[in-house]
Design a protein around this ligand. Structure first.
Ligand code: NOJ
Length: 532
């Protein structure tokens, strides 16, 4: 059987507000993405995942959906979308949409109906409950953005539940009609030709039927954000969610080669459950471990080994370094290790997701207080939980507003945009952008890097090394995770081999039995006798 595209491919996440504006309103749009498809094809990625583009009041920037089957005028029209899809396909790029099934916007027609009266047919499409016996919210659940997860509706005398903002009421997936309506949404986009979905907060979709309190978190500290006051044992990750994942998968499988990715922030063993007992749930439950990982060799070795061990037979791995909700990789590790991280992301076994701008080494931007837009930061300021810093506009060139827009961008640009923009980095052979290009090109030439097996090698000091292998082809990847030179003892087959790529300039590396890695260097080595 041939390897599905999403096992060999690299996914690129686009935050559409920040990618490319064409109509001059300071916010990116679909025509902008279309305009930049050549850049993406040239970069060497295989698929784009676009964060939500549906009509929305934008209280949570599109994750509050007011109509699941249309495009917000801010981003364009359905015709623009169809053209984008066709143009992407013509360039060999797949298109993955963000599906937001856990909650809608409070302006969605379904919710407007639902709140009209207690006996409205749509009442049960959302989660309405009476006050607790002594008054007040039905239980102790807390919104992920801080504050109670229940909002009182005066007109009908009940509370509704929202895992996020009060403008994002949770949908009731125990209601069969709601389920069918949401499955129609999937069909609507699949019929148009989209190649798959990233399913937003999949593990939140079903709550304990009796809505019992969540246990108090004994390790809570205020700096974590209020949501961590309780452990979300009863509000998330319920057994019945797997039935929904299976249904979504059955539906998706009626179309050819479509992909389901699940957003799941859970400990690794529980993430694995979302592959399904018979690999019949999502193809890729997002693996976010590198996002928070302590960046040292011992930790990364055990994290990779544990993940590989935990995967169900036939379950395909995947790796993520950054996304629109978490600090960027360059902000966490600095520019030097951001290059090493790129090598890691693109050479581990499994499908990588690259967050737009990480290929430029974009840092988190400092956002002046009067330009904060993220509801997370506005509700719980100064805890470092705000997400604006990692959502800033893509700097394309050195022209005004970095070629992103003709007017004021919705968020400030990265402070160093005059030097750190695509046009400038393209000209610099050693830039991180060209490193990404080379890595992506190598993945294409060497299928071993995308679909080969992996085995971790024993190393000393702050180094990580692994072998990738398919059939007789072997490649060695070695990374220095720190700022001092390190030795890696090479397996005999790699001695005297050829350095296919170094994250640093040139490659003056001793390679008998010991490979010398310079500070912050990572390399890919092919055996001397290979035809590479
Ligand atoms: C997860 C999304 O990634 C995040 O950006 C959003 O705020 C929440 N879901 C709520 O929809």
């Amino acid at each position: 059987m041939s390897t599905p595209w999403w096992q060999q491919g690299v996914i690129y996440q686009i935050y559409p507000r920040s990618f490319q504006d064409t109509d001059g309103d300071g916010v990116g749009d679909l025509k902008g993405i279309e305009l930049r498809l050549d850049y993406l094809a040239g970069l060497g990625v295989d698929a784009i995942w676009i964060s939500p583009i549906y009509p929305s009041p934008m209280v949570d920037f599109g994750y509050d959906v007011a109509d699941y089957c249309a495009i917000d005028p801010l981003f364009g029209t359905l015709e623009d979308f169809d053209r984008l899809l066709a143009t992407a396909h013509a360039r060999g790029l797949k298109v993955i949409l963000d599906f937001v099934p856990n909650h809608s916007s409070d302006r969605h027609a379904w919710f407007l109906e639902s709140r009209v009266s207690r006996n409205n047919p749509k009442r049960d499409w959302f989660l309405w409950r009476d006050p607790a016996p002594g008054g007040g919210p039905p239980n102790n659940w807390i919104s992920d953005f801080g504050g109670p997860a229940w909002t009182w509706d005066e007109a009908t005398g009940q509370y509704y539940y929202h895992a996020f903002l009060k403008e994002q009421p949770d949908l009731n997936w125990r209601n069969p009609r709601l389920r069918q309506a949401m499955y129609d949404v999937l069909r609507f986009w699949l019929d148009r030709g989209v190649d798959g979905f990233r399913v937003d907060v999949l593990w939140h979709m079903i709550k304990a039927a009796d809505f019992r309190d969540n246990p108090i978190n004994p390790s809570y500290r205020p700096s974590m954000g209020e949501m961590h006051r309780v452990l979300q044992h009863n509000s998330t990750d319920q057994p019945e969610v797997h039935e929904i994942a299976r249904e979504m998968r059955r539906l998706t499988d009626q179309y050819s080669e479509r992909l389901l990715i699940g957003e799941i922030y859970l400990p690794v063993e529980r993430v694995m459950d979302y592959y399904g007992n018979n690999l019949d749930e999502v193809h890729l439950p997002f693996n976010f471990q590198l996002i928070d990982a302590a960046w040292n060799a011992r930790n990364l070795v055990s994290l990779i080994a544990r993940y590989e061990d935990a995967l169900p037979a036939g379950g395909w791995p995947n790796w993520v370094l950054s996304n629109h909700d978490r600090p960027r990789i360059a902000a966490r590790l600095g520019q030097k290790q951001a290059r090493v991280a790129a090598l890691l992301l693109l050479t581990l076994r499994g499908t990588p997701t690259v967050y737009y701008g990480d290929e430029l080494g974009l840092d988190d931007a400092a956002i002046p207080r009067d330009r904060v837009r993220d509801p997370r930061e506005l509700r719980e300021p100064d805890l470092g939980l705000g997400r604006d810093p990692q959502r800033t506009p893509m700097p394309w060139d050195g022209s005004p507003n970095a070629g992103f827009t003709r007017s004021e961008p919705w968020l400030p640009l990265n402070a160093d945009w005059r030097e750190r923009n695509i046009e400038a980095l393209e000209r610099d052979a050693c830039s991180i952008l060209n490193l990404y290009r080379r890595l992506l090109a190598l993945r294409r030439t060497h299928r071993t890097l995308s679909v080969g097996d992996i085995s971790l090698l024993k190393t000393q000091g702050d180094t990580l090394a692994y072998e990738r292998r398919s059939g007789d082809t072997r490649l060695l990847v070695a990374l220095n995770l720190g700022g001092t030179p390190q030795f890696v003892s090479l397996p005999s087959w790699a001695r005297g081999g050829k350095v296919l790529l170094s994250t640093l300039d040139g490659s003056a590396i001793g390679q008998d039995s010991n490979l010398v890695l310079r500070p912050d260097e990572g390399v890919i080595i092919a055996p001397a006798n290979s035809y590479t």
